[in-house]
Write a protein that binds this ligand. Sequence first.
Ligand SMILES: *Cc1c(COP(=O)(O)O)cnc(C)c1O
Length: 441
Amino acid sequence: MAGWPALASLVEEAGRPLVIEALRAWVEAKRGTPDVADELACARWCAARLAGLVRPSQRRVFNLTGTVLHTNLGRAVLAEEAIAAAVEAMRSPTTLEYDLGGGARGERDQHVAPWLCRLTGAEAATAVNNNAAAVLLALGALAAGREVIVSRGELIEIGGAFRIPDIMAHAGCRLVEVGTTNRTHLKDYAAAIGPDTAAIMKVHPSNYAIQGFTKSVAATELVPLAREKGLSLIEDLGSGTLADLDTWGLPHEPTAREAIEAGVDVVTFSGDKLLGGPQAGLLVGRRALIERIARHPLKRALRLDKVRLAALEATLRLYADPARLVERLPTIRALARPAEQIRAQAERLLPAFARALASLQTSIEEVRGQIGSGALPVDLLPSFALAVRGKGLDRIADAFRALPIPVIGRIADGTLFFDLRTLDDEVAFAAQLDKFDGVAG
Ligand SMILES: *Cc1c(COP(=O)(O)O)cnc(C)c1O
């Protein structure tokens, strides 16, 4: 390789083992063909192969799908405060489980539990890897080997194979279904309680809605029954939120504080849905129960690392000043963005978009996006999109996904839409449009 300077520079970039691997592949590919001694051709071939190999697999994209919290695109984008805290924690040793005052071992939950208690009114709190883990752990710690009552209208499956009956089985609990798909009454719960019942669980229906002739029992109504029978009342809020979404003109989503005030014993919710933080599962509730949960052996397997705890702590701190959330928390900022502001952005970008798509029919369209991640399933966020109509939309979508920062849109009704609600880096997006030649001519 020493005699081949083009290869030497590849070694500099990618390291010797990967270049040797590429060279072997090249020799294999070119076996018997005459250009085996052509250094430049070889270097080009290897460079192309290596570029594909060393490019990060997980890459930044523009999420212009219209779904703000898109699970496949990584859900919440973190606040700058959370990013800074995570970076600092990555770079240095930290007080993850260390009590500086006493110079002794500390508790990792201590970084987030006081904030969670303050923000929800709960007595105690703990955090794990995600909300699926939180539900599994709560059930395993509070009801293993015993019965848990759930309404048939709440036996949901959400994305990624999270199904309440399966989680229940893995936690070692026996599921007792009550009511019907569309209607469950308080008396159904009462009738199902037996000597082996440990808990009643409520689950936010998340990604679907039951409409028409329906009845479900609110947590407030279940509290007296659970208390009288000595059962734990667990509520999985799914997305859940710590802020009143009504403040920003959004439909109401149940807050963790409301569930605690209603008297629910243990409430679980996600860190990276409406909360706008890193992936996490949060559990808040009565001290004795949260302590049982935190002591369960599974807690060790499901715990959070220092990086996410740092990001979560910084995110929670932002909630102490709800009035400034809209400036500081990207999830709330995206959800609260006025449609008129999005339209103005679409108008700024349309000329470059139209130029990039030359002969195709482009326009600005009024669209409806969604929160995503199971919060309020129906399309409700009025927004504006750059749109392109015509033949070969799949090819155009492919070309946008092949850009240096891939752009992900949505095809519906013979139109490719790029919903701009979640476009924060307009400069980078516009710069890519100027270079776009994926479907020229
Ligand atoms: C999203 C959701 C979960 C799972 O939460 P993750 O944080 O994705 O693990 C559990 N229950 C409900 C009701 C949900 O909406």
